[in-house]
Design a protein around this ligand. Structure first.
Ligand SMILES: [Zn+2]
Length: 346
C-alpha cells in the first residue's frame, strides 16, 4: 500500500461545499468525542462497528454521504482508543483554534479520468495533472492545507523498488549539530529549512498574517519530507544493515529548542524502517546509552557524557590515547551495539 497526494483545483462552488462539510463534520467529530467520554464514564463501551453506525440515517439530513460520516466517527473512535492505550493524550475538541481539516473517504475510489477524479457526493473533481501509481485506490482523504485542498489516496500498489548500490553496514548517531553522523565518518548536515524560513515566518506572525505563516510552515514541512525521503532511500540502497541510535529527543529538544525538533528525526526513522523492509535491509534501533562515553577503540568509558558534554566535539581517550570526533565515535559504537557486542538493544 502506498500513499499518493493530489493537489486539487476545486471551483468556488465546490470549495464552499467542502467548507460546509467540514463544518458539519466538526460537529460530528466533537459529538463523537464527547459521546465516548460520557458513555465511558457510565461504563458503556462500543465496538468500532457499533460506534460507526450510531449516526445511521443522519446522512440525508445533513447532506454528507453516510460513509464520510462513518469515517469521521471512526477517526474520533481511534483517537480515544489511542488515549485509552496510553499511546496519545486525551483527544481535543475541534474548533476555530484547532480546526478539523480532513474529510475521510473510507471506500474504494475509481481511477481518475484524465485530470478528474470522482468523489462520493462531490462529483468530478479536478486536480493538477500527474501520473498516478498503478493499482486499486482503496480509500482516500481530503485534506485542507494552507496551500489549498489535497486528496490523499491509499493505493494498493508495490512501493518503488529500491535498487541496491552497496553492501555496507552503518551505525547512525542522530545529532543536533549535524543531522546525522554515520559510522563511516560521513556527516550529514542540517539543511536548516526552518532557520531560513524562520525570519519570514516571524515576520508573518508579527504582522498577524496567519495565512502566510501557515503557507510557510507547510512549505518547510514539505521540503523536510522530501529530503528525508531521498536520504532514507540512499541509506537503504547503500547498506544491508542500518543501526540507529534511537535517542530520546524530547530531552535534547528541551535543552536546545527547535533545531532538534525541526530536524525531523522521527520522520526519518520511520522512513528508514519501512524502506528497509521493502529494500531488504536489516534495520535495528539501539539505546544510545553510553554511546558517546565509550571509546570505540578500547571500550573504556572515558568520553564525555551525552548531555553534559555536548560542547565537547573532540576528545582523547585517557586510556588508549585515541583521538575521537565525538559524533563519529558514537556512530561507531552504535554500529557495534547493533552487532550485539557492547550495548543493549532497545
Ligand atoms: Zn580508548
Amino acid at each position: 500500500m502506498i500513499q499518493h497526494q493530489l493537489k486539487l483545483r476545486p471551483n468556488a462552488k465546490l470549495e464552499k461545499q467542502l467548507d460546509e462539510w467540514l463544518w458539519i463534520l466538526t460537529g460530528v467529530y466533537n459529538w463523537a468525542i464527547r459521546k465516548i467520554e460520557n458513555d465511558a464514564a457510565d461504563k458503556i463501551y462500543y465496538s468500532p462497528k457499533r460506534f460507526q453506525n450510531l449516526l445511521a440515517g443522519h446522512s440525508k439530513k445533513v447532506g454528507v454521504p453516510s460513509h464520510v460520516i462513518q469515517g469521521t466517527l471512526s477517526v474520533a473512535y481511534t483517537a480515544w482508543q489511542r488515549c485509552f492505550r496510553k499511546i496519545a493524550g486525551k483527544p481535543k475538541l475541534k474548533g476555530a483554534r484547532r480546526p478539523l481539516n480532513n474529510i475521510p473517504f473510507p471506500d474504494p475510489i475509481s481511477a481518475p479520468d484524465g485530470n478528474y477524479i470522482g468523489l462520493l457526493g462531490l462529483g468530478r473533481v479536478r486536480f493538477n495533472k500527474q501520473r498516478l501509481p498503478e493499482g486499486r485506490i482503496k480509500c482516500g482523504r481530503l485534506v485542507k492545507k494552507a496551500s489549498g485542498w489535497h486528496l490523499c489516496l491509499f493505493i494498493d500498489a508495490e512501493p518503488n523498488q529500491i535498487i541496491r548500490t552497496g553492501q555496507g553496514e552503518i551505525g547512525i548517531d542522530p545529532g543536533f549539530k549535524d543531522l546525522l553522523t554515520l559510522s563511516t565518518g560521513e556527516k550529514i548536515e542540517h539543511p536548516r529549512e526552518l532557520e531560513a524560513a524562520a525570519k519570514r515566518l516571524a515576520q508573518a506572525q508579527r504582522g498577524k498574517n496567519k495565512k502566510l505563516a501557515a503557507r510557510i510552515s507547510e512549505r518547510v514541512a514539505n521540503r523536510r519530507k522530501d529530503r528525508n525521503h531521498k536520504l532514507s532511500r540512499r541509506l537503504v540502497a547503500e547498506n544491508t544493515k542500518i543501526i540507529f541510535s534511537a535517542d530520546s529527543h524530547k530531552i535534547v529538544a528541551k535543552k536546545f529548542g527547535k533545531s532538534v525538533s525541526s530536524s525531523g528525526h522521527a520522520q526519518l526513522r520511520s522512513m528508514l524502517k519501512y524502506k528497509s523492509l521493502t529494500g531488504g535491509t536489516q534495520y535495528i534501533e539501539v539505546s544510545p546509552k553510553n554511546s558517546t562515553r565509550t571509546c570505540s577503540a578500547c571500550g573504556c568509558l572515558s568520553g564525555p557524557t551525552r548531555l553534559k558534554g555536548l560542547k565537547v566535539r573532540h576528545w582523547v581517550c585517557s586510556m588508549c590515547g585515541t583521538s575521537h570526533d565525538r559524533d563519529i565515535n558514537a556512530a561507531v559504537n552504535t554500529l557495534s551495539a547493533g552487532a550485539g557486542t557492547s550495548l543493549e538493544q532497545v
